[in-house]
Every structure is written in structure tokens, then in C-alpha cells.
Design a protein around this ligand. Structure first.
Ligand code: SAM
Length: 301
């Protein structure tokens, strides 16, 4: 059936993450007028429609396993002028849920994509965390395999932005212990549990204490972990900077290379380190100067 109200589109509709009252009027409207609703679990979405008083609608199962195969069918439907609504089991589709590949396919076909915004655990937890919100990164679920998990955490150890992770209850304590090891026992952590539901809970404190709390209490339900970013690295003293430049010149770097390397690693202006490197490289060539071997002054920057 072609929707008479307009051309075809893929419409991503956010659904409640626990509290039915969070289903927006616009979300209800889209669900009740969709030509077809693509959803992860037809029973679950059928229940949402009935609770919201929308009644039966045509449903198309689209989960992690079927998403790629279904994309061509959805594209054809939209080309025919249908409004295809995409929902996931809860929250915003395509956020740690099926949808990303479908949206990519629809965008690649040059078709319309609309989003009806609404509940999502990542933003809900971040906003209530009390940790800095100006810059943040969403990490979804950490890899389960120990090697992959360790390398992901190593990459994140110096991340200065607030980090948001999804986690399941039976892995919470182990994950918090991994975070304390990777980021330091005192790193501020917030665990947001059962957001928008009856037993909503916020636990705030240092990473190691969070791990102890989780292993003692075994909190159940759905969880988001929010972690404060790494504190800025302490600025090196003038003496430290000089020693680093001397050492880098001695390893044979040009003043340009030395300036780039030392400045990038220590949050210092490259111009400042360049001037220092020029002075020290020059001094090393004068009798009684700083002993630098192998430092090349390439004369430009
Ligand atoms: N698409 C969803 C969204 O926009 O938030 C996320 C789906 S992901 C498969 C499910 C994970 O989201 C859960 O394991 C949990 O980490 C988090 N989550 C979902 N609902 C939540 C809630 N009510 N309270 C806390 N975390 C929740």
C-alpha cells in the first residue's frame, strides 16, 4: 500500500526503554500510520502496539541476522512510496541495536530517512550522571574476548571525554574491575540501572568501590556505566622539556621532528618546543654547549 500522505521513507522511531509514558505522540502517530513496521521481535513490538492502543499493524522481522537480507526489500518498498517504520526492542534503533546497515542501504539508494527521536539509554545515563557532558564518547558493549577487551581499554585509558558503556548485569562486576585496572581505582564512575523504571538507581563513586559494590550486591536489570575521562596530563616543567628535547635530538631527530614528537606527547605548543630545539641544537654545536649527538637542524619548520 502506498502512503497517500507523502513519498516513501524509512522512519526510525525511538521507543520506551522501560516507561511506556515515554512513547511520544509523534512516535505513536508514525506507528499507527506506517505501511509496515520493521522490528527486532514481532511479539515484543506487537505488545507495545497493543499497550499503546495502536492495534495490529503489518510487521516485518528485522534483527541482526536478517538485517542485510531485508535491506533490499525495504529499499524496494520505499521506492514504491511506502513509509517503513523501523523500531528496535527498546530505545533508539541503530544504537547498539539493528538499523545501522539498513540506514546505510537506504541512504546509498538516495531515499529519504527520517528519525523520530526519543528514549535512548546512552543519553539518559549521561545526562543524569553528573559527569562532564560537553564531550563524550559512546563505546556500546566492551568486547567479551579478554585480548580484544584489554586492547580496547588500553586505547581508552587516555580518553579525556566522558565514556558511556552498555553492560549486562552478569558481567557488571568484572567489567567495573577491568575499568578500575585500566583507568585507575579512583576514576569516577556512575552506574545507571533500570532507567525510567520503578527500580531506577544511580550508583556514584570511584571505580574500585563500584566493582566491590557490584560484586557484593549483584545488581540486576539493565545497566549503563558512565566513566569520567582521564584527567589532563600534568604539564612538564621547563627542565623536563629541555631534557626530553636533548634526548630526542641525541637520537638523531631533526629539530622539526623533535618539536613535533615532544609537543604532541606532552600537550605543549609545537612552536615553543621548536624554539627550544633550535636553541639546544645550536648550543650543542658550540664549544662547551649541551652535548647532543646526531641532531640535525633542517633549518625550516
Ligand atoms: N537501542 C537502545 C538505546 O537506544 O538505548 C540500546 C539497546 S542495547 C541492545 C541494550 C542495552 O542498553 C542494555 O544492555 C543496557 O546496557 C542499556 N539499556 C537499555 N535500557 C536501559 C534502561 N532502562 N536502563 C539502563 N540501561 C538500559
Amino acid at each position: 500500500m502506498v502512503n497517500p500522505s507523502g513519498p516513501g521513507a524509512l522512519v526510525l522511531v525511538a521507543t520506551p526503554i522501560g516507561n511506556l509514558g515515554d512513547l511520544s505522540a509523534r512516535a505513536s502517530q508514525e506507528l499507527s500510520t506506517a505501511d509496515i513496521i520493521a522490528c527486532e521481535d514481532t511479539r515484543r513490538t506487537g505488545r507495545l502496539l497493543s499497550l499503546a492502543g495502536i492495534g495490529r499493524r503489518p510487521l516485518l522481522r528485522l534483527d541482526d541476522h536478517t538485517e542485510t537480507a531485508r535491506a533490499a526489500e525495504v529499499v524496494t518498498r520505499i521506492e514504491r512510496g511506502e513509509r517503513v517504520v523501523l523500531v528496535s526492542d527498546a530505545g533508539m534503533p541503530a544504537i547498539s541495536d539493528p538499523g545501522e546497515r539498513l540506514v546505510h542501504a537506504v541512504a546509498a539508494a538516495g531515499l529519504t530517512i527520517e528519525v523520530v527521536p526519543g528514549p535512548s539509554a546512552v543519553v539518559t545515563a549521561l545526562a543524569g550522571s553528573g559527569l562532564p557532558t560537553q564531550r563524550f564518547c559512546f563505546e556500546g558493549f566492551l568486547p567479551r574476548r579478554p585480548g580484544e577487551r584489554a586492547s580496547r581499554l588500553a586505547v581508552l585509558a587516555d580518553e579525556a571525554r566522558t565514556m558511556v558503556f552498555y553492560e549486562s548485569p552478569h558481567r557488571l562486576a568484572a567489567t567495573l574491575a577491568d575499568l578500575a585496572t585500566a583507568f585507575g581505582v579512583d576514576r569516577p564512575v556512575v552506574v545507571a540501572r533500570e532507567l525510567t523504571k520503578l527500580h531506577e538507581q544511580w550508583w556514584r563513586g570511584p571505580a574500585a568501590a563500584a566493582a566491590t559494590w557490584a560484586s557484593e550486591e549483584s545488581p540486576r536489570g539493565e545497566l549503563v556505566i558512565v566513566v569520567e575521562g582521564a584527567p589532563p596530563a600534568p604539564q612538564p616543567t621547563a627542565g623536563d622539556l629541555e631534557a626530553m628535547v636533548v634526548a630526542a635530538l641525541a637520537r638523531g631527530g631533526s629539530v622539526k621532528e623533535v618539536a613535533t614528537e615532544v609537543a604532541a606527547g606532552h600537550g605543549v605548543s609545537r612552536r615553543e618546543v621548536y624554539a627550544l630545539a633550535v636553541r639546544l641544537a645550536g648550543a650543542s654545536r658550540r664549544p662547551g654547549g649541551v652535548p647532543v649527538e646526531g641532531g640535525r637542524d633542517d633549518g625550516h619548520h
